[in-house]
Design a protein around this ligand. Structure first.
Ligand SMILES: [Zn+2]
Length: 59
């Protein structure tokens, strides 16, 4: 088992988590059709487009 050599400060830990959330938070993909934020690998909820064609009718 690995043993930690230095104690990480609260600030370091919180900083890292803040950055991680910024990058990997949900909805960080941009729809090529309407340029709105959407979840990656999912049909756009705004315009119903996926892979540059409409797959579900937009509301
Ligand atoms: Zn869209």
């Amino acid at each position: 088992m690995g043993v930690q050599q230095n104690k990480k400060s609260k600030a370091r830990t919180r900083n890292r988590r803040a950055q991680w959330l910024k990058i990997d938070g949900p909805g960080m993909s941009v729809c090529p059709q309407c340029k709105s934020l959407k979840m990656p690998h999912r049909v756009c909820p705004e315009c119903g487009f996926y892979k540059n064609k409409e797959v579900v009718a937009a509301e």
